[in-house]
Design a protein around this ligand. Structure first.
Ligand SMILES: [Zn+2]
Length: 66
């Protein structure tokens, strides 16, 4: 089964019997993430959770000071 990563457009081939291929068959193909993008998002998400959402808030309000 051919799939394409939604972030980097890298095509890859999945084993038809793999769990991921079975999952993707029931969903649109663009839900696939390659391993490197998946890891990158996972790291980003974990970093954001660790720093908390308050930092994002102060980033947004910084523009108002100028
Ligand atoms: Zn990718």
């Amino acid at each position: 089964m051919k799939v394409q990563c939604i972030l980097c457009d890298r095509p890859s081939e999945l084993e038809d019997d793999s769990t991921l291929a079975k999952k993707l068959r029931n969903r649109p193909i663009h839900t696939y993430l390659c391993q490197s993008c998946y890891d990158r998002i996972k790291v980003k998400t974990e970093a954001r959770l660790a720093s908390g959402s308050f930092q994002l808030f102060s980033y947004n309000t910084q523009d108002d000071d100028f």
